[in-house]
Design a protein around this ligand. Sequence first.
Ligand code: SF4
Ligand code: SF4
Ligand code: SF4
Length: 285
Amino acid sequence: MATSCEKMKKIQGHPCFGGNHHKNGRMHLAVAPKCNIKCGYCTRRHDCANESRPGVTSRLLSPEEAIVRVREVMASPVTGPIIKVIGIAGPGDPLFNDETFETFQLVDREFPDLIKCMSTNGLLLPDKMPILKALGLHSLTVTLNTLDPVIGGKIYSYVHYRGTTYSGSEAGEILVCNQLEGIRQAAELGMTIKVNTVLIPGVNDAQIPLISQKVKELGAFVMNIMPLIPQADFAHIEPPSAERLDALRRDNEKTIGQFKHCKQCRADAVGLIGENLQLAVARAE
Ligand code: SF4
Ligand code: SF4
Ligand code: SF4
C-alpha cells in the first residue's frame, strides 16, 4: 500500500478528488454492464446514474477493446499528457462484473502510473475487497443515499445479493451494512474515498448530515451531494434547487469536505471535467 506521501501525490493528480481540475483528466471505460440493485432514479437505459450524466449511453467495451482504447488515448498528443486516471463507473455496477478486474489488470500491466479509480453502489465491497487490494485500487467512490434500512427500502426496489433477491427494509439493511463495512475496510487499506449521495427531496433529506458524519468517522475523504434527476420511480419528485444544494453543502462542509464541481460526466468520458475529448482524439489520429 502507498505511503501517505505517495497517496497525497496521487490525490493531487485526480480531478475528482480536488486534484488540478483544469489540467488533469480521466478516462472512463464502460466495461461493466450488469447491476445487482435497482435505484429508484435509474432507468437502466443510460449509464449508472450514480456517476454519469444521464441521457447518454456508452458503447460497451470488452476488456481487450478497453486496453486498445487506453493505448490510443495515451499515445495521442492531445489526450496522452492529460489523462491521469482510469475510472470504471458503469454502465452497471463495476464490482458485479468480472470484466472490471480484468480491465484494471490489463491497464496496470501497461500503464502502472495511471491512477485506478472505481465507482460502485457498494453492495459487493466487503466480498471484493481482497481483489481490489491486490489490484492496488487507489480511489473509490461509493454511492450512499441513506443509513436507514427503511428509507433504503424506498430508494431501492430490490437488492440482489449472493443469489437471493431482497426488497423493502431487508434490501436496505443488506446494502447499507455492506456499504459501511466496505468504506471502513477501504479506508483501512489506505484507499481515497469519495461518497456520492443523491439528494431525493422528501425521501432522504434528513439523512444527509447523518451520512456525512458517519462516512467521515469511517475515513472517507470527500462527499459529493448530487441533485436527483427525476426519472423512473422518482419521475414525480421535484429536483432540489441549486440554492438548496449549496446550503446543504455549506452545512455539511464542517463535517467533511464537499465536492462542488461535479458535472456528472458520462461513463465513457475522456478528458477534463465537463469535457469529452474523444472527438479531439479522433481528429489527432
Ligand atoms: Fe442504476 Fe447505478 Fe443504481 Fe445500478 S447502481 S440501479 S446502474 S444507478
Ligand atoms: Fe471520477 Fe468517479 Fe470516474 Fe473515479 S470513477 S474517475 S471518481 S467519476
Ligand atoms: Fe466524475 Fe463528477 Fe468529476 Fe465528472 S465531474 S469526473 S462525474 S466526479
